[in-house]
Design a protein around this ligand. Structure first.
Ligand code: G3P
Ligand code: CA
Length: 266
């Protein structure tokens, strides 16, 4: 039998409040903070001129009015694009301000978090880290240092964590910033997950909600192994209920406002 743990489940805004506002834009993150999210999730990719930008896809085609791979475009190319108009329905704190739907750099997102006026954590996912042979993690760590986030006394005190599907990327991150927690993302049931183990360098399990629906007992197994469990992407109310019953540690959702309300936190 599974015993839910007594703790507050962290609500993480996936790509910002991305159900209401265009994902990975300032509009989506400002809304997530206003909605009361505990943490913000973002994907990061390197531009051709070495800037970390918050974009999910390898190419910008789906979420902007431009075309091409982020890795072949410079920041100035991306800055000329509109990352908001692809989404037809949206809520925005200030839709008229162009910055709200421009490409978002990780640096700008870190500034937003620093100015939030309350503790807002950041879960940064490294995308396509193998192509760049360590450069994504290197730039990320440099930015974390600049914002005073690279050396928390303990992982539990860290306001940032680094997530990836790539064990190699997590290893690099763990070597550079050992007290910043790392999250191993999985969408398939890897044997080690079944056994409550993670790859070297990873501290937190990040299974998809589909894994948890099919194998709810894994949560207890991972907890018994001393690991936190952060589940993505949890939008359906019945999935939120499942996560609550199982006592997961973080729910990563496109709908932070609705999830907080379901959890009785608004
Ligand atoms: O939070 C983890 C989740 O974002 C991983 O999948 O494709 O949405 O980046 P994806
Ligand atoms: Ca992601």
């Amino acid at each position: 039998m599974t015993h839910a743990r007594q703790h507050t489940i962290q609500v993480v805004a996936h790509r910002g409040a991305s159900e209401d506002a265009p994902e990975h834009t300032l509009a989506a993150y400002v809304k997530a903070i206003e909605d009361g999210a505990d943490a913000l999730e973002c994907d990061v990719r390197l531009t051709a001129d070495g800037h970390l930008v918050c974009v999910h896809g390898r190419r910008v085609n789906r979420t902007s009015n431009g075309r091409g791979a982020v890795s072949t475009l410079e920041l100035a190319d991306l800055a000329a694009l509109d990352f908001g108009s692809w989404k037809d329905s949206h809520e925005s704190p200030d839709w008229s301000d162009r910055e709200y739907t421009s490409v978002l750099t990780l640096e700008r997102l870190l500034e937003l978090v620093a100015d939030a006026g309350r503790r807002v954590e950041l879960a940064v996912e490294t995308k396509h880290p193998t192509r760049w042979a360590g450069q994504v993690e290197e730039r990320l760590v440099r930015l974390l240092r600049r914002f005073g986030l690279a050396d928390p006394p303990t992982p539990a005190e860290s306001a940032v964590r680094i997530m990836s599907f790539s064990p190699r990327s997590l290893q690099r991150a763990a070597a550079a910033v050992p007290t910043v927690p790392t999250v191993y993302l999985t969408q398939f049931v890897a044997p080690r997950l079944r056994e409550g183990r993670l790859p070297a360098g990873a501290r937190i399990a990040g299974p998809s909600i589909r894994i948890i629906r099919n194998h709810p007992a894994y949560v207890e197994r991972l907890h018994e192994a001393g690991l936190q469990v952060h589940v993505w992407t949890v939008d359906a109310p019945e999935d939120v209920d499942l996560c609550v019953r199982l006592g997961v540690d973080a729910i990563i959702t496109n709908r932070p406002k609705q999830v907080l309300s379901q959890l009785g936190r608004t």
